[in-house]
Design a protein around this ligand. Structure first.
Ligand SMILES: [Zn+2]
Length: 269
């Protein structure tokens, strides 16, 4: 198998350094995780977070959750466990937080897009982390997608929130036809998730990889997007996040936000 080696040798050093920097930076203030902290890149959090004062209970809860969530290190979804990425992985576009959507400047892509070469759609994808799998077929925005949900707990075992990782633009019908259906299963990091990207995606087959941060009480998936509710007609919607990132309208009571994969140790080409 040809390919290029993931920076396995230096990645632990970098990750170790980042963890050390993070540990020093957060010493005594674990509940205060600001986006501009050393070694950490901005996530895209709900407007409620940015609008709240630093002493607001919601903000403290988010900071505590994120401090724990960022300890979950992901593996690359194209890595079959050998440490090699396939040659067909070409490039990343739609980088986390890039501007996207009809309202240029008001919406940002809260995910990364990993493209493959020559419109190949037979691509094996692997779990970036462990958790419970759910599959979905009814999402116009993603077509088929698969999610992995992992609970984030504090030292005392209390549930702080959920990491939900979305693998979107899949062809789950073809997976199922070949006997692969993980809906409801618990997977481990590196387990096979899918063998098929959707062939008809605009711009060519690619994996839309998205990391969502949910509150412990959040159950919905699609409703995480404010855009689901429409840009008007719901006075509970904010027009846009007031923080570093914005994502159009967003229901203020739903979720914590979206994570930059780099905050989970995922170095993308
Ligand atoms: Zn995307």
């Amino acid at each position: 198998m040809t390919g290029y080696r993931i920076q396995r040798r230096i990645t632990p050093l970098i990750v170790g350094l980042m963890v050390a920097l993070f540990a020093v930076a957060s010493m005594g203030t674990l509940s205060d995780v600001s986006d501009d902290e050393a070694g950490v890149v901005p996530d895209m959090l709900t407007p409620v977070y940015y609008l709240a004062g630093s002493a607001a209970p919601f903000r403290i809860a988010v900071d505590q959750f994120i401090a724990h969530a960022r300890q979950i290190r992901f593996s690359h979804p194209f890595d079959d466990g050998t440490g090699m990425l396939p040659d067909l992985l070409t490039h990343t576009t739609g980088v986390f937080g890039s501007v996207k959507g009809p309202n240029q400047g008001s919406q940002h892509h809260p995910a990364v897009d990993l493209y493959v070469t020559d419109r190949i759609s037979d691509v094996a994808l692997y779990a970036a982390h462990d958790g419970l799998v759910q599959t979905y077929r009814d999402a116009a925005k993603y077509r088929h997608y698969l999610s992995i949900t992992k609970e984030i707990v504090d030292e005392g075992g209390s549930l702080l929130g959920l990491i939900v990782t979305l693998y979107a633009h899949l062809d789950l019908d073809r997976d199922e036809a070949s006997g692969l259906n993980l809906d409801g299963d618990v997977v481990q990091q590196g387990d096979l998730l899918s063998r098929h990207l959707y062939a008809g995606t605009v711009g060519g087959p690619h994996l839309h990889l998205e990391i969502r941060y949910y509150r412990p009480t959040d159950l919905g998936v699609e409703t995480f997007y404010g855009s689901r509710f429409g840009p008007s007609g719901n006075t509970n919607l904010t027009l846009a996040s007031e923080g570093i990132w914005s994502y159009g309208s967003w229901h203020p009571d739903v979720g914590y936000g979206f994570a930059d994969p780099r905050n989970h140790g995922l170095n993308l080409p």
